[in-house]
Design a protein around this ligand. Structure first.
Ligand SMILES: [Fe+2]
Length: 194
């Protein structure tokens, strides 16, 4: 064989929509314990998943995110995991007001990053993922940046991507808060292969 072609190191990204999002989001936004989390960020010691036993909507999202992680693994990596192969680490409910943003960052030591949108509006801050292979721009035939993917959040949707992907939340151009439940999911140590 004189020629060989390989397509390596893709960056699988998935978008899911919860079928009962309207009720879930209404419950979260009207629950005092959730509102008290305003101001928490990735440096907080608080873990939003501590509310799982108190708030049915949190319990459902906790379950659903693991179910989606298993689908993501199956569709994108061809590995047949179930929800039981994964576990949640830190979860945060982020409230971002006018002009707030999240600078470029990664979620270190995380298998999968998930962000579920609880209360979002037009122009409240897209999420932008950056492909670390920054020189890939040369293979783009389009004028848009090849190594970026920008997603406009929708209420009840969830974006899922690998933990090593650098990303940012663009600034909120509205007067309304942008509310999202971000969580880190990992494969249980007994299933990890290195
Ligand atoms: Fe993040």
């Amino acid at each position: 064989m004189t020629e060989k072609y390989m397509k390596l190191w893709a960056t699988p990204i998935a978008i899911f929509n919860h079928p009962d999002a309207e009720a879930i989001n209404a419950e979260l936004m009207s629950t005092e314990q959730v509102q008290k989390l305003r101001g928490m960020n990735y440096m907080s010691k608080k873990n939003a998943w501590d509310l799982v036993d108190e708030i049915p909507a949190m319990k459902e999202l906790h379950r659903w995110k693991l179910e989606c992680a298993a689908k993501y693994a199956s569709k994108c990596f061809n590995v047949e995991y179930t929800s039981d192969h994964f576990f949640h680490t830190q979860g945060s409910i982020n409230f971002r007001g006018k002009d707030e943003e999240a600078p470029l960052h990664t979620h270190r030591l995380t298998t999968i990053v998930t962000t579920y949108y609880v209360d979002v509006h037009d122009d409240c801050g897209d999420i932008r993922l950056i492909d670390p292979r920054s020189t890939l721009g040369w293979i783009s035939m389009e004028k848009k940046a090849y190594n970026q993917f920008t997603y406009t959040p929708q209420n009840g949707s969830m974006i899922m991507f690998p933990g090593w992907v650098t990303h940012a939340v663009l600034h909120n151009k509205t007067d309304k808060e942008r509310v999202a439940l971000t969580g880190n999911i990992r494969l249980k140590p007994e299933y990890e292969v290195f």
